[in-house]
Design a protein around this ligand. Structure first.
Ligand code: TYM
Length: 342
């Protein structure tokens, strides 16, 4: 039966790339309700705090960012549909146990081929085995579909390969081969939201320039300042040409994803768009309309006295659902590999 799972690092309030590339897609997928809801409950989303340890965060900071990330996902409406659960990865022990079992069937070369660990400024073994933990996140719940942005495709591919390897090695059909789900339709362009300062790069939390990204809780002023200074080009006028005019195309893509309109039609549907400033104004209007309620909800969820308590309650509920699923997988995997039952 189809099962959805995805994860996000606890970097605090997500940026527009996380939101359009992943979170808003998660919300859309889980809203397919009624008799034709295709997903077998629970649909699971985790804040991957163990992954975050690879960047050696300060303990108090990690706690705070984990809370902010969870609150933001809830504020985006992720838990509004029945059968959707959000939890902290580190609170379900099965992730690390399954990671170890998978590490025993994964050739070292498979990890060496993945580019990410070389690019990181830290030097620790967890950076290298990071993709194995991600595979464990997915396989622990026998997920069939993993909604992600484009930058995660290689990681989902590894989880397919390891699922197949496990099934072959132990002569079983324990794990379905998970498929990545990129945003589709008008939102397909959101699979890779680019930096506002350099459209050759993706929008990223690790970019030192804060003006390169828009956070879901940024103020109206911050959003307008960042959009107004977004890098475009010196060609006069406005046209959609991702090859020649990538900065402008990024802005048009954002408007397309937000208004559910194919990017090639955005300038007509919302037009006439006289110049770049007019485009930026249109984008600002549509962004603010979308983000204002989310920003307000994040603040409410984080504000004491009854704020964080609600987030904690929802995470506890998520953890219970995740643990039940994980326990069944771990029991079966232990049996298959010849380990004694717990
Ligand atoms: P993370 O936390 O970097 O990103 C969370 C999600 O946001 C997407 N994303 C983007 N999409 C479009 N444009 C962008 N500029 C952009 N930046 C980020 C990512 O593709 C992702 O879907 N390793 C993962 C977290 C993870 C995970 C998992 C994901 C751990 N275990 C299991 C899926 C399944 C990561 O670092 O995502």
């Amino acid at each position: 039966r189809p099962r959805l799972l995805s994860g996000i690092q606890p970097t605090g309030v997500p940026h527009l790339g996380n939101y359009l590339g992943a979170v808003s897609h998660w919300v859309r997928l889980t809203r397919q309700d009624g008799a034709d809801r295709p997903w077998s409950p629970p649909s699971l989303f985790c804040v991957v705090d163990l992954h975050a340890l690879t960047a050696c965060p300060e303990p108090a900071k990690l706690r705070q960012l984990t809370l902010e990330t969870a609150a933001s996902l809830i504020a985006c409406g992720l838990l509004d549909s029945p059968g959707v659960r959000l939890f902290c990865q580190s609170q379900v022990a099965g992730h690390t146990e399954l990671q170890w079992l998978l590490s025993a069937i994964c050739p070292i070369s498979k990890l060496q081929h993945l580019p990410n660990w070389r690019e990181k400024p830290y030097n620790n073994a967890a950076i290298f085995t990071y993709p194995l933990l991600q595979t464990a996140d997915i396989l622990l719940y026998r997920a069939t579909h993993v909604p992600v942005g484009e930058d995660q495709l290689m990681h989902v591919e590894l989880s397919r390969e390891l699922a197949a390897r496990f099934n072959t090695r132990y002569n079983c059909s324990m794990f379905p081969l998970p498929e990545p789900l990129l945003p589709c339709g008008a939102a397909a362009v959101a699979a890779r939201v680019r930096s506002l300062r350099d459209p050759t790069k993706k929008m990223s939390k690790s970019d030192p320039t804060a003006a390169s990204r828009i956070g879901l809780a940024d103020s109206d002023d911050e959003i307008w300042t960042k959009l107004r200074s977004a890098v475009t080009d010196s060609t006069p006028g406005v046209s959609y040409d991702p090859e020649q005019r990538p900065g402008l195309a990024n802005l048009i893509d954002l408007l397309a994803a937000l208004t559910d309109c194919p990017p090639a039609e955005v300038l007509v549907r919302h037009g006439p768009v006289e110049n770049k400033l007019a485009l930026k104004r249109l984008l600002a209007d549509s962004l603010l309309e979308r983000l204002r309620p989310i920003r307000r909800r994040i603040a409410e969820l984080l504000a004491p006295p009854d704020g964080p308590a609600e987030v904690a309650r929802l995470l506890r509920q998520g953890r219970e659902a995740a643990e039940a699923e994980a326990a069944a997988t771990i029991a079966e995997v232990r049996r298959l590999t010849g380990l004694p039952p717990l």
